[in-house]
Design a protein around this ligand. Structure first.
Ligand SMILES: NC(=O)c1ccc[n+]([C@@H]2O[C@H](COP(=O)([O-])OP(=O)(O)OC[C@H]3O[C@@H](n4cnc5c(N)ncnc54)[C@H](OP(=O)(O)O)[C@@H]3O)[C@@H](O)[C@H]2O)c1
Length: 323
């Protein structure tokens, strides 16, 4: 009796030869610039429909034109999306006008270098409010569309800046002692903690959706290929940045672990993906999840506070489509 031949092993992941995903739709927040632009360009090359979530129609239009110039037949659209305006997110998702969503990439981010502390119009600290609360609430409104796909993913873009931070659960919005770098790192830690907690809750609910966290390492504009008029790196800038290239990379490479987290069938919910070399540059690999990011007690308190601050709760797998 002859037995069936074993399945061939998956070929090694090649960031320049991505699998075809022509039947899928992906939403990239902040898809008009930086890493988000390159996420969109690389995902568009798979044949998927890519929606650029951006608050600025002009910037999104320029990004879409650039993607089409680099990816013949790219299917790319704009969705007006302002993560700092929580009450606008339900309407934004209604305008998405798709029957299902195969992945959302929570990429958009604000990183402030200097005081003073700033707030969104909703009255939330700007980085925590945009990076964490905006994506938390967006996940709630996208839930029916993600649940309608066969195996959707929520991919949260974290940061190495979160490794050395700890959340202050009594002052999540840095009202007491504001330091921009620390508040940024904590906003990324809140996002990553949310990403891992979301996956635990999805598994417990028996959802088909999974949640993965990925980070770009260190990604500098000066090491990034030009995409005029969006972004131009001069030869001089590139030359001056060469020593930095020993440690970090450009934004097109920063997109690689995130793209893999969206596309690779071998990626599992609850995983953390980042660049191979010191977690700062290179090809994507999965990393151990630092204990403080997987602390279920901290995550539960963050989740409850986020529900209170946004007025919504993401419940994937439990919300029927159309509600
Ligand atoms: N670059 C790095 O080395 C690095 C390292 C670790 C993690 N990260 C993370 O990677 C992600 C992308 O970083 P990047 O370096 O590409 O940043 P970037 O070049 O500054 O781009 C940020 C993107 O977020 C968008 N955005 C900001 N506020 C928004 C809002 N209220 N609503 C919707 N979109 C908004 C921006 O849109 P506008 O053009 O309208 O402002 C822009 O598209 C961020 O989450 C960041 O924390 C980056």
């Amino acid at each position: 009796m002859s037995s069936a031949p074993p399945n061939p092993p998956n070929p090694p992941w090649d960031v320049h030869r991505l699998p075809v995903a022509a039947d899928r739709t992906f939403l990239v927040t902040g898809g008009n610039a930086g890493i988000g632009y390159f996420l969109a360009e690389q995902l568009a090359a798979t044949g998927a429909v890519v929606v650029l979530g951006s608050r600025d129609a002009g910037k999104a239009g320029a990004a879409a034109d650039s993607i089409r110039a680099h990816v013949p037949d790219a299917r790319v659209r704009h969705l007006r999306l302002d993560l700092a305006d929580l009450s606008s997110l339900e309407g934004a998702v209604e305008r998405l006008d798709v029957e299902r969503l195969d992945a959302v990439v929570h990429n958009a981010g604000v990183a402030l270098d200097d005081p003073p502390r700033r707030e969104t119009d909703d009255g939330h600290e700007l980085m925590f409010g945009t990076n964490h609360l905006g994506h938390f609430a967006l996940t709630r409104w996208l839930a029916p569309l993600l649940s309608a796909a066969p195996a959707a993913r929520v991919v949260t873009v974290g940061s190495f800046a979160a490794r050395s931070e700890r959340l202050d659960l009594d002052d999540l919005e840095s009202a007491g002692d504001y330091r921009p770098g620390r508040t940024y790192g904590r906003s990324k830690l809140a996002q990553m903690t949310f990403g891992f907690e979301l996956d635990r809750r999805l598994r417990a609910a028996g959802s088909t959706v999974s949640s993965v966290v990925a980070h770009p390492g260190g990604a500098l504009d000066s090491l990034t290929p030009s995409r005029p008029p969006l972004h131009t790196t001069t030869a001089g800038e590139r030359l001056r940045a060469l020593p930095a290239a020993l440690m970090v990379q450009g934004k097109e490479a920063g997109a690689w672990p995130v793209v893999r987290a969206v596309l690779d069938p071998g990626v599992r919910g609850g995983q953390l993906w980042g660049p191979r070399v010191f977690g700062l540059r290179g090809a994507p690999r999965s990393e151990p999840v630092p204990a403080h990011m997987a602390d279920a007690a901290v995550a539960a308190r963050l989740w409850a506070a986020s529900c209170e601050l946004t007025g919504v709760e993401p419940h994937l797998g439990l919300i029927p489509a159309g509600r």
